[in-house]
Ligand binder design. Structure first.
Ligand code: GLV
Length: 320
């Protein structure tokens, strides 16, 4: 029997799976994010960790766990919270949960595209405010998507699924990425690859779908926002630090971009104060994959990864 530490609430079936395999499962049930000191104590002697995006998995944590640690299963597709090299150096397998959250996250990106271009957050706030309103020809006019271009930054699984949804709304698709996407994907989407500056100039909405790495940190800053232009929108369901948030605030203030839809933040959970009062931004609390089905599948896949490694088998979804 091995000890597996789960750093916060996850759907029950994942815990049942781990326990059915005979592991002692220790779940943080304190609500919210586990305090760092508690986490460092808890992991001591664990063979497996199931971690959430709110935990920093670094050398300190791995050392606190000790030599018996064999697997860190992050319940997310993104793993910028995990020091993968530090895991590798200690022979710890790091895994993530790709695939199972693709549809839910693409749904949310599409929702943000619609919310932002149709001013839906602002419209909802108007009704709730109790202020008087009346239907009017010129009231709350947004911008349509038909015959417009979606620029997808990172045409992986989630980027392609978002593009598929946008196509159903009459948009055409361009993308940028380090390499060509598979031909069956680009043919299906009719998507051409452009360098980032050209994509920004060509797009009515740009949706970000890249991981946060040193190469993508502040990929969208002042210069890129200027290229996007005053009638175009930015949507980010990837990771906050891919966007220079201060530059985004300045661009919005100057009218250099039309609006933004954000599910993630540079200093999450803090939100730049300059974004808070603006009606031309939609702000969501990192809920890209937050459906019962998807979160159950994510936790289940993390449990499968733990079970495989502890049984001496290959993990189903090790990080690249
Ligand atoms: C959530 O943010 C994820 O990376 O899965």
């Amino acid at each position: 029997m091995s000890r597996v530490v789960v750093t916060g609430w996850v759907p029950q079936p994942a815990l049942d799976t781990l326990r059915a395999a005979g592991h002692a499962v220790d779940v943080w049930e304190g609500g919210g994010t586990i305090p760092r000191d508690t986490l460092l104590d808890r992991v001591c002697g664990a063979a497996g960790l199931v971690t959430l995006v709110t935990e920093r998995v670094d050398a300190e944590l791995l050392d606190a766990a000790g030599d018996g640690l064999r697997v860190v299963a992050n319940v997310a597709v993104g793993y910028d919270n995990v020091d993968v090299d530090a895991c590798r150096r200690r022979g710890v397998v790091a895994t993530n949960t790709p695939g199972v959250l693709t549809g839910a996250t693409a749904d949310l990106a599409m929702a943000l595209i619609l919310m932002t271009t149709r001013r839906l957050g602002e419209a909802e706030r108007l009704v709730r405010s109790g202020r008087e309103w009346q239907w009017g020809m010129g009231m709350m006019l947004g911008s349509g998507l038909q015959d417009r271009t979606l620029g997808v930054v990172g045409l992986g699984g989630i980027g392609a699924a978002t593009a598929r949804r946008a196509r159903a709304f009459g948009m055409s698709v361009v993308y940028t990425g380090r390499r060509d996407a598979p031909p069956e994907v680009t043919e299906e989407l009719g998507a051409t690859r452009l360098p980032l500056p050209e994509l920004l100039e060509a797009s009515h909405v740009v949706s970000l779908h890249v991981p946060h790495t040193p190469q993508t940190h502040h990929l969208v800053g002042a210069e890129q926002l200027r290229l996007l232009g005053p009638s175009s929108y930015l949507v980010n369901t990837a990771r906050g630090p891919v966007v220079d948030e201060a530059a985004l605030v300045t661009a919005l203030e100057r009218g250099e971009v039309a609006g933004a839809g954000l599910d993630v933040y540079e200093h999450e959970p803090a939100v730049h104060p300059g974004l808070m009062e603006r009606d031309d931004v939609v702000l969501l609390p990192h809920v890209g994959s937050a459906t019962v089905e998807t979160r159950t599948a994510m936790a289940g896949l993390a449990a499968d990864n733990v079970l495989a490694v502890l049984a001496g088998r290959e993990a189903p979804t090790p990080v690249a």
